[in-house]
Design a protein around this ligand. Structure first.
Ligand code: DGY
Length: 327
């Protein structure tokens, strides 16, 4: 059986697939494969291991409905039309859990960096602005005993909340579609409405999936409801915030600062006004980028392909319904 892998992935995943006797083709280009090319290649393969933001939309899925399944090497699946995949009986899996610690580390890093204007302060050294000591300048804010608000308290949000509680004794509030009772028990996390989350958070960290319901939910109206001392962190998907509204809220000091590992659009272009703001820290979508986590993501995706090969349900399938409907 033939597997197409849309980027070079860690060897740990490749080894699993090769040892199982699968025939692999790996794309080595440095950009997303144009969709027509992806369709043509996938027509010659049985399974797709998809990395990055390949558009797996209705057009692709209808053209490639022969695929036995699609294993994503990501937790996010906003690039996939899951409804169409399900209607065509194509199982799609992702790599949840294995990246929770690494991604929450980046949220924590950004929270701390923003609270002390760290990226901007670093730049002042190159600009020869480190000289005179002014006790009223370069002041950050402290995080001790503050309130962490989590939008989307799943695995990553919970990992962040654990760290924030341990390091700063932060109170945890959250807003989700469904209550997270285990986090409520473990962390004393309190469920609040979206408006309460906006009004009460000192640090508001976003960990929800991007969907029609959540697209640009952090917009002008939302930023205006936040404390002017609040820090906004997004390590989930840039599409969850409206970038122009965020820029305006920061420029007008409607919120205190922002830390972004994801931008809207991606990649962020050099010269973006956010990059020159002292209260903003931006990283180029590196949440899961550690040696250990990327290896585990590759292993998880490979094991989902192996399950397909054996005609079994993929362990991390997103659209479980495919296994109960007739093809
Ligand atoms: C994920 O796994 O969703 C990360 O954001 C990488 O795309």
């Amino acid at each position: 059986m033939k597997v197409f892998i849309s980027r070079i992935i860690p060897q740990e995943g490749i080894a699993i697939l090769q040892n199982a006797g699968l025939e692999l083709t790996q794309y080595s280009g440095k950009t997303n494969i144009p969709q027509d090319e992806l369709i043509n290649i996938c027509k010659q393969h049985d399974m797709l291991l998809s990395v990055g933001s390949n558009k797996i939309d209705s057009r692709f899925l209808h053209a490639c409905k022969h695929l036995k399944g699609i294993a994503l090497m990501s937790a996010g699946y906003d690039n996939v039309d899951i409804t169409t995949a399900t209607s065509l009986g194509i199982p799609v899996s992702n790599t949840p859990n294995v990246l929770s610690k690494a991604t929450s580390d980046v949220a924590f890093l950004l929270m701390l960096a923003v609270s002390r204007n760290a990226f901007y302060m670093y730049e002042t050294i190159n600009k020869k602005e480190w000289g005179f000591f002014d006790p009223t300048a370069n002041l950050g804010i402290e995080l001790y005993n503050k309130t962490l608000g989590v939008f989307g308290l799943g695995n990553i949000g919970t990992e962040l909340a654990i760290k924030c509680k341990a390091a700063y004794n932060m109170t945890v509030i959250y807003h989700n579609r469904n209550r997270n009772e285990s986090a409520e028990k473990m962390l004393g996390a309190r469920y609040v409405s979206f408006d309460e989350l906006l009004a009460q958070s000192d640090v508001l960290s976003v960990h929800a999936n991007l969907s029609d319901e959540t697209r640009e939910i952090f917009n002008k109206a939302a930023f205006l409801k936040m404390k002017d001392s609040a820090v906004f962190i997004n390590t989930a998907r840039g599409g969850l915030h409206n970038e122009q509204d965020l820029t305006e809220a920061l420029a007008l000091k409607k919120i205190w600062g922002a830390g972004l590992d994801v931008t809207n659009p991606e990649p962020m272009q050099p010269g973006n006004p956010l990059l020159n703001m002292c209260n903003v820290c931006v990283l180029p979508h590196i949440g899961s980028a550690t040696v250990e986590t990327r290896a585990n993501m590759a292993i998880t995706a490979a094991n989902n392909i192996i399950a397909l090969m054996h005609g079994k349900a993929m362990p991390q399938v997103i659209n479980k319904q495919v296994y109960v409907i007739d093809k």
